[in-house]
Design a protein around this ligand. Structure first.
Ligand code: PLP
Length: 384
């Protein structure tokens, strides 16, 4: 593979090899659990599909390529991928994580791994001094999500990686919201990139899948061991769907970003809207870091209606016709959600509100429809 390929080409060709049997242009769906051996151990690199599967290998190579990494590993979900990362740690180890984290990540950390005696510090990772104050000799991992969900804070990955390197701490970045189109954390100093490929990477709201991408041989070996030993692997059909999604990632992201730009401008200019959170807005607190770190500003927008009323927020969400009220994000269709009662319901109210996730906050995953139709839909929804 030509490592110098541009992103638009990598999504089509990255890590892919032509099928030797029939020359099929897409990797076949190897829907098999096991592989014939000529003599015990005499196989062609595949013996059991929890360990390896050729469709999964094709996906893992594609994932590594689009994240500019050496190794990709696919998992049954984004959370299964995170679960594998946490299993690199031992009881007593400490983790510093973004405070306005995806609700499911927060639940995995606090409800599962705290009971195995991992200790989590949830802090504002925009503040380097706060990170430094939490580091001690047990600190083994810094977990960054950027842009954050749903407040769209942008964390300076390079700045955090400088501290992590100085202190010999592993840095993992949940790159789900940005997608590899907008930023490649490995190039900014991260050790592990994690994706809920369920979202932008697969992109069609038809598959649940997770991914890890790393450069270090040792990390790859450890994670590959956990992937096989714990067994949270995706099936070949889901790998195929994700591979198909990746082909259009660049063109989809281009449109997601354009539509979000148009919609955020409409919201900012609208007197019925109190506040808009989108990293592309020049008054967004992290706009300059976003501009430096990301190729564009993404398709996720949050906003608060005038008067910050919970009732009005719910009314708007219910009035929307093209935007579907649903969990998740990153698909071709536009979705609207109410983080406080949906994606972030598992975070205690006081913790949630401290990071800005108020009851009046609406989150949009802007799809790739015509932006004027989306704007008209919001317009009719807010004129209640
Ligand atoms: C959805 C999501 C996850 C979890 O991924 P699943 O595929 O649903 O398990 C993790 N992080 C972020 C930012 C997400 O949006």
């Amino acid at each position: 593979m030509n490592k110098k390929m541009h992103f638009n080409s990598k999504v089509i060709h990255g890590g892919q090899i032509l099928d030797k049997s029939f020359g099929s242009v897409m990797p076949p769906i190897y829907q098999t659990s096991t592989y014939a051996q000529t003599t015990p151990g005499g196989h062609k690199g595949y013996e059991y599909s929890r360990t390896h599967n050729p469709t999964r290998t094709a996906l893992e190579n594609a994932l590594a390529s689009i994240e500019s990494g050496k190794y990709g590993l696919a998992f049954g979900s984004g959370l299964a991928a995170m679960d594998a990362v946490l299993k690199l740690l031992k009881p007593g180890d400490e983790i510093i994580a973004t405070h306005d984290l995806y609700g499911g990540s927060y639940r995995l950390f606090t409800k599962i791994f705290e009971t195995f005696n991992l200790k989590f510090h949830f802090v504002d990772l925009q503040k380097i001094n706060i990170i430094k104050s939490k580091i001690n000799k047990s600190t083994k991992l810094i977990w960054v999500e950027t842009p954050t969900n749903p407040m769209m804070n942008v964390i300076d990955i390079k700045a955090v990686s400088k501290i992590s390197k100085e202190n010999n701490i592993m840095l993992a970045v949940d790159n789900t919201f940005a997608s590899p189109y907008l930023q490649n954390p490995l190039l900014l100093g991260a050790d592990i990139v994690m994706h809920s490929a369920t979202k932008y990477i697969a992109g069609h709201s038809d598959v649940i899948l997770g991914a890890l991408i790393v450069n270090s041989n040792k990390l790859e070996e450890q994670l590959r061991f956990i992937q096989n030993a714990s067994g949270a692997v995706p099936g070949p059909m889901d790998c195929f769907l994700t591979l198909r999604g990746i082909k259009t990632l660049a063109v989809r992201m281009e449109r997601h970003c354009l539509n979000a730009k148009k919609i955020s401008k409409f919201l900012v200019d609208n007197p019925l809207i109190e506040k808009v959170f989108w990293p592309g807005l020049s008054d967004h607190p992290n706009h300059l870091i976003a501009k430096k770190q990301m190729n564009d500003f993404g398709g996720m927008i949050s906003f608060i209606p005038k008067g910050s009323s919970y009732k009005n927020a719910i009314k708007i969400i219910e009035n929307l016709k093209i935007f579907t009220l649903a969990e998740s994000l990153g698909g071709v269709e536009s979705l609207a959600g109410h983080p406080a009662s949906m994606t972030h319901a598992s975070i205690p109210k006081n913790v949630r509100e401290k990071s800005g996730v108020s009851d009046s906050l609406i989150r949009l995953s802007v799809g790739i429809e015509d932006y004027q139709d989306l704007i008209d839909d919001i317009q009719q929804a807010i004129t209640y």
